[in-house]
Design a protein around this ligand. Structure first.
Ligand code: SAH
Ligand code: SF4
Ligand code: F3S
Length: 436
């Protein structure tokens, strides 16, 4: 039996790509193992979004070499693979396979070349019309399924590597998305998470010509599916009909992740984000007026080149105004090939760290306050697991909050079930409750 080990870094798109790659490998007679030492083929599905993420992979490769990885076949997939390409062979000569996500349709073929004795193979083309789909996908979670609707990115945010690592936007036909959604429901999945770097830039290439909101609506009508999520949305393409769809169909989760990056128009313009603060806030207003009590989450970058103290203050004011349910915040990291790398990266690490701490403390205070407001309310959760240390069940609300809860011992609960929980306590990052 041929064996492989696969470690995944980065975003949900990468996590889902790995599920497809695993399916492809298993379909070709490989067995997955838990330790690189036990594998003949070792794969890393890499992320390049910030320098730290990229360094992790090269650190793994060094470790691998020290610990006698020679003799094994080693492959780099994903965003660092695409970004560094053939240069990886210079930096790590023992690597045998380098393949970016836009070339995964060729992954099987590259594998055969390796099996036939090729020492170095690459899949690095970005000029593709294809999306990577396979009926063999091995999903990690038996209840919640990722489903790709669009790959790549046609934006050009000046700090971001994704357009270079994942290629141009390619949408799947609505027929193939809906077929997969129905198959997932038949297999027992109750939650679907639609994926894309910009899900709401979705454009159905078939004659049906659905836009994102229409597709969302249709996925939300698939019998057996109880929750539909989607990530990530770009504010520029975020249209009101998405909120209307959520308003009309409770299956569509009341959570929108809408990365703002900065609250300052001048910074947004240098970032090439294609929207203004006011345009962004108009979208927030649509959500706040929704009958569904939509949870809004975001991403923030601090210390972008040239970010003045006044511009930073505008980001802080925006955070106060929106009062996000949660947030990912990052220090700007200069990236290869991007437009911003040529800008004067004038802020030093200490200043970036100072700004990051201010943002995170502000957000923490907001979360403490907002989560406390939920005490006494009843929320439906999907059960995700059981924590043996705290003896609590782990639940997830439609708004994507973690709600851990206790249940009487005789309650027969199972992971994947939906239950109502009474919220009794709150913290900055989660809620605690009792089975209602
Ligand atoms: N497609 C999504 C974002 C994908 S990357 C969107 O457009 O919103 C996820 C997040 O990483 C981004 O929202 C941004 O906040 C952060 N990020 C991307 N490039 C970065 C960089 N060079 N430095 C710091 N953070 C970065
Ligand atoms: Fe990157 Fe911007 Fe594309 Fe998002 S929209 S993936 S931040 S270039
Ligand atoms: Fe990282 Fe590539 Fe995703 S850079 S965040 S793995 S698209």
């Amino acid at each position: 039996m041929k064996t492989f080990y696969l470690e995944t870094f980065g975003c949900q798109m990468n996590a889902h790509d790995s599920e497809k790659v695993v399916g492809t490998l298993v379909g070709q007679g490989y067995e997955q193992v838990d330790e690189p030492a036990a594998a003949e083929l070792v794969l890393y599905n890499t992320c390049s979004i910030r320098d730290k993420a990229e360094q992790k992979v090269f650190h793994r490769l060094q470790q691998f070499k020290r610990e006698g990885g020679r003799g094994k076949v080693i492959g780099l997939l994903g965003c660092v693979a695409q970004q560094e390409g053939e240069k990886i062979f210079e930096r790590a000569p023992f690597v045998n396979l380098v393949c970016g996500s836009a070339s995964y349709n060729r992954f099987s073929e590259l594998l055969v070349q390796i099996e036939n004795g090729a020492r170095r193979v690459t899949g690095l083309s970005l000029d593709t019309q294809d999306t990577f789909e396979t009926p063999l996908t091995r999903r990690d979670n038996p209840n919640r399924a990722f489903l790709t609707i669009i790959e790549g990115c046609d934006k050009a945010c000046s700090y971001c590597v994704v357009p270079f690592t994942r290629g141009p936007e390619r949408s799947r036909t609505s027929q193939s998305v809906l077929r997969e959604a129905r198959e997932l429901a038949d297999m027992g999945y109750t939650e679907i998470q639609l994926l894309g770097q910009n899900v709401n830039s979705y454009r159905d290439p078939s004659a049906a010509g659905l836009n994102f909101a229409q597709l969302l609506n249709k996925v939300g009508q698939v019998p057996g599916i109880r929750r539909v999520r989607f990530t990530t949305s770009h504010p520029r393409d975020f249209t009101k009909d998405i909120i209307d769809a959520i308003d009309e169909n409770p299956v569509l989760c009341n959570h929108v992740h809408l990365p703002v990056q900065s609250g300052s128009n001048s910074t947004l313009s240098r970032m090439q984000r294609l929207y203004t603060r006011d345009e962004y806030l108009r979208r927030i207003e649509w959500m706040k007026k929704s009958s569904r009590n939509i949870a809004i989450t975001t991403d923030i970058i601090v210390g972008f080149p040239g970010e003045t103290e006044a511009e930073f203050a505008e980001t802080l004011a925006l955070i106060d105004e929106v009062e996000y349910e949660s947030m990912f915040s990052f220090k700007y990291s200069p990236r290869p090939n991007t437009a911003a790398v040529k800008m004067d990266d004038s802020l030093d690490e200490t200043e970036k760290s100072r700004r990051l701490t201010i943002v995170q403390e502000k957000q923490r205070a907001i979360q403490i306050r907002r989560n406390a407001e939920l005490i006494g309310s009843r929320e439906e959760v999907m059960i995700e697991g059981f924590n043996k240390n705290t003896l609590q069940w782990i639940g997830r609300t439609s708004q994507h909050r973690t709600l851990n809860f206790t249940a009487l011992e005789d309650a027969s609960l199972k992971v994947g079930e939906y239950r109502h929980v009474l919220v009794t306590r709150s913290g900055p990052n989660s809620l605690v409750g009792e089975l209602a």
